[in-house]
Design a protein around this ligand. Structure first.
Ligand code: UDP
Length: 506
């Protein structure tokens, strides 16, 4: 479809959970259309994307031509001039309360981005066919307009979580229902009650004048001015979320997800997937081979995997209770462990956040594997011994878990994770929520109880497992073509490209 002379420019927000799906989207568009794709980001993120592309043999790049087909351009960015530590270019290196500064700083990319579009237009002899910008970079709409091209917003989140997030910031201050901690969100059915504890923690008492609102309100409003939205989900797994997002944005919404490595979406055999290759390009605290070796020692569906994503930690007292509850449950587990804020991994205060000798006991009994900082998550989730995932409900983790039919224990910590967790519990029936945020009081008994509900067949685990497997099948169907019938994600990508070409002709 189309000629290779067209050019599309992608602008991700600077966070691991955004860069990875943006790169996957770039590959898909390129493979489908042959268009030249440029991803514009800050220098360190550009290095990271380039090294990920170099490691990945599935990325098409022309070695003979002067121009690779997926190119990454570094936009000048100086974090220090935005009150951030030097060389801070992703959310990962920042504690939660400072992340907002990186959001505000991201708007400083506008002038160099504008220059980039101008350079591309000069070189190609025409403006790019389209700019695909992160929903958090709504300012790209103004750039697209001034070059008379179109802007499409891409949400790396799911439909339900994105719709809740957008509605929340568009309708501040949120209004509690009379005398209760519950509230409704415009766009969602009246029967859909949200709770103040699901609100972004910096918004609980806010009236829209806090620095989070001051960033998200205008950027999301600008993104509502795009010609359409791309969403990293499958319509059939989130029918309510899709309906709300489409009605709320009043724009075309193309559900082109799940943007996962193809090996995660193969029609599965009963055996484990072999090494998929770390799509994050990070050095894991323990190699995939070692994790697999350890998982091989345990029975089918018996292991709990615990991870809070690329940037979150929980409090010292919560970690202590989590460790105790895990030990009480007797279930084997792999836990990606990061010290609570203010502590370091090997520091002398370790006994303040992990029970005495916990790691030693777990290693000796083979009950637990503590992986420091970063795990090969895809390999762990796709191993047949993994039976459940205790997750912060970041959308990439959710999709990865569902694609492998792994039910979840939710512990949402930030961003739209509270809404993702609500959807997983209420709409999909594949999750039980353990707690929310870093300030809640967690007790070991609750940890043990929730693990049993999700992992023990008779306690409800079997029902949740079955639903997760069904959802995984829907995700596979979305990316499969059978008997000339395209799955919904393939069709959405076709529709998106046709839409762009028709816009060009207008
Ligand atoms: N991830 C990983 N190993 C880890 C932690 C995270 O590979 O130890 C990957 C995970 O597979 C996912 C991404 O990092 O692709 C995290 O994205 P998500 O949207 O779940 O959460 P975020 O980090 O954005 O909060």
């Amino acid at each position: 479809m189309g000629g290779s002379h067209e050019h599309i420019v992608l602008l991700p927000f600077m966070a691991q959970g955004h860069l990875i799906p943006f790169l996957a989207l770039a590959k898909q568009i390129h493979q489908k259309t042959g268009f030249t794709i440029t991803i514009a980001t800050t220098p360190l993120n550009a290095n990271y994307l380039n090294s990920t592309i170099a490691k990945d043999s599935t990325t098409t790049t022309t070695t003979t031509a002067a121009q690779p087909q997926i190119q990454v351009v570094a936009l000048p960015f100086n974090s220090s001039s935005h009150g951030l530590p030097p060389n801070t270019e992703t959310t990962e290196s920042l504690p939660l309360h400072q992340i907002i500064n990186l959001f505000h700083a991201s708007s400083a990319l506008e002038p160099p981005f504008r220059q980039l579009i101008s350079d591309i237009a000069g070189k190609d002899g025409r403006t790019p066919l389209c700019i695909i910008s992160d929903v958090f970079m709504g300012w790209a709409n103004g750039v697209a307009k001034s070059f008379e091209t179109v802007n499409v917003s891409f949400t790396t989140g799911g439909a339900y979580g994105t719709a809740a997030y957008v509605s929340l910031w568009q309708n501040l201050p949120h209004r509690s229902n009379e005398g209760s901690d519950e509230f409704n969100l415009p766009g969602f059915p009246d029967s859909c009650h949200f709770h103040v504890s699901q609100l972004h923690q910096f918004l609980r008492a806010a009236d829209g004048t806090d620095s989070w609102s001051q960033f998200f309100q205008p950027q999301l409003s600008l993104s509502l001015g795009s010609v359409g939205w791309l969403c990293n989900t499958v319509e059939a797994i989130e029918p309510l979320g899709f309906k709300v997002l489409r009605n709320y944005t009043k724009l075309p919404v193309w559900c082109i997800g799940p943007l996962l490595p193809p090996s995660m979406l193969k029609r599965s055999s009963s055996s484990n997937l072999k090494i998929i290759g770390d799509r994050t390009g990070k050095e894991p605290g323990l190699s995939a081979e070692k994790c697999i070796e350890w998982l091989d020692l345990h029975p089918h569906g018996s292991v709990l995997y615990i991870s809070f994503g690329s940037q979150n930690t929980v409090s010292a007292s919560q970690m202590m209770e989590l460790a105790n509850g895990l030990e009480d449950s007797g279930k084997p587990f792999i836990w990606v462990i990061r010290p609570p804020i203010g502590f370091d991994l090997k520091g002398e205060f370790r006994s303040k956040w992990l029970p005495e000798e916990f790691e030693k006991r777990m290693v000796e009994s083979r009950k637990g594997l503590l992986v420091h900082k970063w795990a090969p998550q895809l390999e762990v989730l796709s191993h047949k011994s993994t039976g459940a995932f205790l997750t912060h409900c970041g959308w990439n983790s959710v999709l990865e878990s569902l694609s492998q039919g792994v039910p979840m224990i939710g512990w949402p910590l930030a961003a739209e994770q509270g809404y993702n967790s609500k959807m997983l519990v209420e709409e999909m029936g594949v999750c039980v929520e353990l707690t929310r945020g870093v300030q809640s009081t967690l007790v070991r008994e609750e940890v043990k109880k929730v693990i049993e509900i999700v992992m023990d067949k008779e306690a409800g685990g079997e029902r949740m497992k079955k639903k997760a497997v069904q959802i995984g099948e829907l995700m596979r169907a979305a990316v499969t073509e059978e008997g000339g019938q395209k799955g919904s994600a393939l069709q959405a990508m076709d529709d998106f490209v046709s839409f762009l070409q028709s816009e060009r002709k207008l």
